[in-house]
Ligand binder design. Sequence first.
Ligand code: MEV
Length: 389
Amino acid sequence: MTKRSSRLAGFYQLSPAQRREVLSAWAELTPEEQAALDGGLDLATADRLIENVVGLFSLPLAVAPNFLINGREYLMPLVIEEPSVVAAMANAARMARMGGGFTTGSTEPVMIGQVQILDVPDPDAATSRILAHKDELLANLADLHPTIRQRGGGPRDLQVRRLDHPVTGPMLVVHLLYDTRDAMGANAVNTAAERLAPALAALSEGRVLLRILSNLSAERRAWASCRIPVTAFDAEGFAGAEVAAGIAAATALAEIDPYRAATHNKGIFNGLDAVALATGQDWRAIEAGGHAWAARDGRYRSLSEWRVEDGHLVGRLEMPLAVGVVGGATRAHPTARVALKLLGWPDARTLAELMVTAGLAQNLAALRALAAEGIQHGHMRLHARKMVN
Ligand code: MEV
């Protein structure tokens, strides 16, 4: 990534043409890449991507400046139709800089494939037999996906779960853990699950039905955090400490109440999905995984947490994120490629970390606005009461 600062003061005051000039210089875009900013997908390519194509559909593409992530400067590419999201995110990134920016991390990119086995005569014995044959079952996948294997990916583990349902009776669900490296990996995992199925049916003496990835990619997670001095939230009329306390109190509601949690998480996805769209990701997969993760302990709750500690607002967001930088729309869509270039050609793990950062920043922006508004409203009421008295 370039050493130039992403702190582009006044970027929002430029015309779209001027912003393009700044962006092109910043990211060293070629004339073709600059042209791709106009929505570079053509009809013929679109016709190869999906069925029954009749046209193209456009959305605004913007960038949010000011991101400092793990000490590196980023402009965040965003595709979104909702006003205020971009400005709010740029503002949150600016405030996070005052605390040294964002810090991120991620697990290895391990996806889960599920094989559902019905009518198993003895589930416990079948489980033992499958686990006893784990090594050869995994070895049987050795010739699949040579590109993923060359990059260090491949099958990692097998787990067996037993579940019961009144319609089916007991069933076994085998989880294949598969490291798909820089691919989102849906196709790779589905093929591997299909390859496993006959041997699993034989070992369990049951009948295989589903062989498909799980979008709750719980083993493939990314996280981002920031620690911002409360003074960064000082504004006319109220102290930053008050705003920070308000953000923590707003999050408390999202931790205990699904009605608020859904809205709180929607704010996170405002940022995260905008980067997902810009970079050509399967945002439905990301949404499905995120919401399932938010309900992982039986109750739906906030994906992020915000606390006030030692004069700082400390925020953290961790969630499953299955994203890829090879294959799919990332390869086919010229604008998605420009977005990836803008982010410094990240690998899949880094892209997931950048996306979760965008989610955390957008969450901060929304909570700050809501908390500040509430505080202002409270002050006005106090003031009005004083005046009456
Ligand atoms: C609006 O798109 C998103 C917010 O409602 C998120 C939130 O309430 O935290 C502002």
